[in-house]
Design a protein around this ligand. Sequence first.
Ligand code: 13P
Length: 254
Amino acid sequence: MRKKLIAGNWKMNNDLNSSIELAKSISTGIKKDFLNNTDILICPTFISISKVFDSVKGSGVSVGAQNMHFKDDGAFTGEISAEMLISAGCEYVILGHSERRQLFHETNHLINLKLKKALKSGLIPILCVGETLEQREEGIHEKIVDEQITFCLKEISKVEISKVVIAYEPVWAIGTGKTASPEQANQMHNNIRNSIANLYGNDFAQNIRILYGGSVNDKNASELFSQPDIDGGLIGGASLKPNQFLTIIENASK
Ligand code: 13P
């Protein structure tokens, strides 16, 4: 059985002190039984990772980053490497978020390089995929997501794929309050699982975790997570509010 994962993507929010405060409110609010069938992750900005890691130690909450470079080190001003993230306490890294794709022109090729590097270094990558509103209206959303999966996972081995987490985040649902319906989301998750089955076989497809992201909140979480192919969530806005985030986690752990 796939263990659920609830991941908070804090994006470019919270300075160092408020990040520590938020992390503490979350970690102290977690009940033991939440952790039995749910992994919990928070992804602060780079500058807060190390202190946030210290402040949640022993609580069962993992820490991740929102991005990284694919090279080991060198002259890449403003970038950060997988090893640096690991040394600060990261277990996970979000890759290919639609904001990175749209605002920072990340391509499937670049994301593939990052994914390979993350896996080689021992980080668990959360690969984000998802279509725009125009693509959905054109009826090409399934093709777009399948392409993202296929290109981003190029040359990723069977051993490696078992460590990858996928997050389906329809761009039109991010930060808009317009969530995909549970059926719409589950349909796409099912397609993604089929794409993985085509690439790696059904056993691997059944084991891979596929998260939904896009306006998940404490009200809609329960219905989304009860869908058979939804294995948790990548949460933006609601992960900045401890009570909402804890309710979302509680819903996932039921
Ligand atoms: P919201 O939950 O704010 O819509 O953001 C989703 C997201 O982009 C998480 O990565």
